[in-house]
Design a protein around this ligand. Structure first.
Ligand code: ADP
Ligand code: ASP
Ligand code: MG
Length: 450
């Protein structure tokens, strides 16, 4: 059972989640928690302020402490709780880290991981303490003693064997003794015990990894919406819950921006065939969405299922009239992206040009410089990818006509169709993204045609 930021966002929410877990004790749950909502953002913002030697970094330390102490005061109104000291200790560590960043004038990805992961170290203790106070035999577990990763700080990759061994050594004995482990998600450690993080939204991944190394029946992702919906409900109020989605659809949706699930979550679950269920901690009786292999993929061929979008995309266009179709040109273009470790999302080619999208603007200047030796380069920043995700698209006629009709007023910069038969993606400017998403959703999921 993994609980996201809003599900641990206040004393009231922490009590509610403790009760949800308590009701499920016979099922022997393992709990994974995110940081209290907003805390990871605060920690990262404070680190950048410290780097800029901005005195506001001190205020962030105070705010982090105040936020957690306020929750504790509400949870444990009487008597002094050991958690007060615990929070104080971690906050003192945070202060020391910020002053290190300030003094050295340097914020490495490695330091940032030590800092950004503190929210989960705080939340797992507070949640476990609350459960104990409510009669559940629970124990906080630092995620760094469970998830073992490589050294790619900021986006560390879990090491399956080592993580599996830790899950079996640290968590399984607790479960077998009837104790509920409460693990801080998002964080891990290298073999040399250096703190890492799995990237933003990574608690889902922690939960899926842990679930896949246990004999788990189900991985439950408890969040603040009723499940995976046809579109982000914050954008379109007519969004509908999808009772069931396939692993492939969930992966595409997550990858193309549906924040409800971290993209990497699906993989360990698929490998073990463990269903993932998305549930609403604010509405726990709703059935949610189950992600699993669909029983009959053929039957629903051609059905659009959801719309996702992702902003902050850069389009890079390389034209070279003489060279493109010449032997080796595409390989040289990709080699540039490979050298700069810039993952490419969408690709479109013509006789004389090739367009690609990347979602990490940091690598763009260097990529651009290297590409300039291969041809003429154009860069379009602030673009968005809008994706229609579904099943068996290539076996369905008439879909393209409906899509272009829906997008008739939007300037579409790039299209990718047919690469996978579960995804159809467009690039539009960021300013047009919401409008494009709403139009597509209205066309396929609202009203008479839906
Ligand atoms: P948590 O903190 O629980 O991990 P997140 O904020 O990471 O929660 O993810 C939940 C949010 O994902 C929802 O509040 C919703 O706004 C957003 N979201 C985006 N796309 C979708 C979608 N297709 N279905 C459901 N929620 C979505
Ligand atoms: N707290 C982390 C984040 O905000 C991880 C998570 O919530 O999944 O990115
Ligand atoms: Mg999340």
């Amino acid at each position: 059972m993994k609980f996201g930021g809003t599900s641990v966002g206040s004393a009231e929410r922490i009590r509610a989640l403790s009760d949800l877990v308590k009701q499920r004790l016979p099922e022997r749950p393992v709990v994974v928690v995110s940081a209290l909502s907003g805390v990871t953002d605060m920690l990262i913002r404070g680190a950048h302020l410290a780097l800029d030697r901005d005195p506001a970094a001190d205020q962030v330390v105070k705010d982090v402490e105040a936020k957690h102490q306020a929750v504790l005061a509400e949870l444990f109104p009487t008597g002094k709780n050991r958690l007060v000291e615990h929070v104080h200790g971690i906050v003192a560590e945070l202060r020391a880290f910020y002053s290190g960043v300030h003094n050295l004038g340097e914020l490495t990805p490695r330091s940032l991981d030590a800092i950004s992961g503190m929210g989960e170290r705080l939340s797992c203790e507070i949640v476990a303490g609350t459960m104990v106070a409510r009669g559940v035999d629970a124990q906080a577990v630092d995620g760094r003693s469970v998830i073992m990763t490589d050294e790619s700080f900021g986006r560390a990759i879990p090491l399956p064997e080592e993580t599996g061994a830790q899950v079996r050594d640290v968590l399984l004995p607790l479960v077998e003794r009837g104790v509920v482990p409460v693990v801080g998600g998002f964080i891990g450690a290298t073999r040399r015990r250096v703190s890492t993080t799995l990237g933003r939204g990574g608690s889902d991944w922690s939960a899926a990894l842990i679930g896949s190394h246990l004999p788990a029946d189900e991985i439950q992702i408890w969040t603040d919406v009723d499940g995976i919906m046809t579109v982000d409900p914050r954008l379109v109020k007519d969004a509908r819950v999808l009772p069931e989605v396939s692993f492939a659809e969930a992966a595409e949706l997550a990858y193309f921006g549906a924040k409800v699930l971290h993209p990497a979550t699906i993989k360990p679950a698929v490998e073990k065939g463990i269903p993932v269920r998305i549930l609403n901690s604010f509405n726990p009786t709703a059935p949610g969405t189950v992600v699993r292999r669909p029983p009959d993929e053929e039957a629903s061929a051609g059905e659009p299922r959801a719309v996702a979008f992702k902003k902050g995309i850069t389009v890079i266009l390389i034209s070279q009239p003489r060279m493109l179709m010449a032997h080796g040109f595409v390989a040289r273009v990709f080699d540039v992206f490979n050298r700069h470790r810039a993952p490419v999302d969408l690709i479109a080619t013509s006789e004389v040009s090739i367009s690609l999208t990347v979602d990490s603007p940091a690598s763009v200047p260097a990529v651009r410089e290297d590409l300039a030796t291969l041809g003429e380069v154009q860069v379009l920043p602030q673009m968005a990818i809008v994706s229609l995700v579904g099943r068996g698209f290539v076996r369905r006629s008439g879909l393209a006509a409906r899509i272009f009709q829906a997008l008739r007023d939007v300037n579409v910069v790039m299209i990718s169709f047919g690469a996978s038969d579960v995804n159809l993606s467009f690039v539009v400017s960021e300013a047009d993204a919401e409008r494009a998403v709403r139009s597509l959703h209205a066309e396929f999921f609202e009203g008479a045609h839906a």
